[in-house]
Design a protein. Sequence first.
Lengths: 375, 208
Amino acid sequence: MELRVERDALADAVVWTARSLPARPPMQVLLGLLLEAGEGGLSVSGFDYEVSSQITVDVTTAESGRVLVPGRLLADIVRSLPAQPVDLRLEGTRVVLTCGAARFTLPTLPVEDYPALPAMPTTAGSLESDVFGAAVAQVALAAGKDDTLPVLTGVRIEIEGEQLTLAATDRYRLAVRTLPWRPEHADLSATALVPARTLADTAKALTSGPEVLLALSTGGAGEGMIGFEGGGRRTTSRLLEGEFPKYRSLLPNESSAIAEVSTAPLVEAAKRVALVAARNAPVRLSFSADGVVLEAGGQDDAQASERLECGWEGEPMSIAFNPQYLLDGLGAVDSDTTTLSFTGPTRPAVLTGKRHQPGDVADYRYLLMPVRLSG
Amino acid sequence: MDYVGRLTAHLPEAVRLLLVKADGSLSIHADDRAYKPLMWMSPPCTTRFGDEVWTVTNKGGEELVVTVHEILSDVSHDLGSDPGLVKDGVEKQLQELLADQCHVLGEGFTLVQREYFTDIGPVDLLCKDAGGAHVLVEIKRHAEIDSVEQLTRYLQRVSTVLGDVQGVLAAQSFKPQAKVLAADRGITCVLVDYDALRGLESNRPTLF
């Protein structure tokens, strides 16, 4: 194998694929990145039996070939190379990398032992990569972070014809986003539960291309696989098993009170007031026709309060939230004005963007469970 | 205070807390730190209490000499026998709670015996499922691959006596490898919520 590649393209490819390499793999070869040079360019692949990533970059190939090199070491090297073309050449069992005056010799791993990457499942449809990236970011933040309930560490993807729905919940909040997309078949109906971290990383990385192809395996139970492709990158991930909570019934259909607040001032006020809230202590919001008062802190501890203008329809009401969860929601709503709909101080609140018409169902909903008000 | 031995050290006159324990050891504390005395003599050692001078001598002939200028307070207590440090108290309590609430482990489960004895050790719970078949339950705080191995050993052992037995591994959390191995061996993993079993409601209400 012998080739020449641009430093930035190589760095991008190697760093992205090396990111998902396992720290303590069951097999030594999984520590490697597979470099394959051929007519299509240079493809770099990494795999940990859960997630596979592959990216293809343009190169000038003098001689095609396959080689498996230690991934993290290669990533560290490539990241620090000067901005000059990089030459890679296989010499016996070692790879020689030269860039300007810098020269590295790397040992190789036995490429014949490397497992075959999972094949890309059947394409289900496509959508703009930036739209997908933004939607995933809005939803993935509500996924559970710990493994006690593995189902909750996933984002549920529901495909119903031309509508794609993403949902995630950690039991304290629930984020749901619906968006249009272009399915391969108009009557396509499918669901998948994708690890939230993998999905968030992938959706972000794929914004480098204009479009994302989504692929789902239709295989039997336990063999579920999802694939993403765009901008020369492709990732496959094993799906999570288990039944996602029936979240639709949690979304209230009606509300007894509605607040409309400018998002940025509310975010700033919540951050300020939350400074005096001890760990896991709530921020209280008291809504009335005069606006909203944010308060945090206890009788004997530091206290803070701040009043904000706010539109309010309903009886005066006090409700308390975990400040971080509230801020996550306000950030994800992605709108100048946030609408908060309530059915009561102990019932979940729904955060949505600006309402255009009463009764509209927002394409993004962030359901947030309030914390009990003490005393 | 003077220490004479492998090295020589001196503590100037000051107000100190002196602990003389039942094993004869002496430790001298200042008004800080939770565990490390300024000077100490570990057992076995003997103390001669003079009017003004206490001398603690150990086997090696090392001496700790305390000159007592004034006694501010002198108290002695008999602490009785030490029940020992219990680190796995939660596991024990989980066993008690699950014994009372077998239905958490599986639909229609009933308890046969706690600490079911086998010649390779006691099994946490022996239950019967809805169909009357025996089920062995191993309870852990955190289930690791070893927990699966342990339950497998019990299952093999008990199956020679009771015939066909099912295995259930109950824990507050599971290592992914433990789950894979358990699934491979047909052992059911049950995630238990300690607070819910104790009837404690979380202070953080959830959506569902």
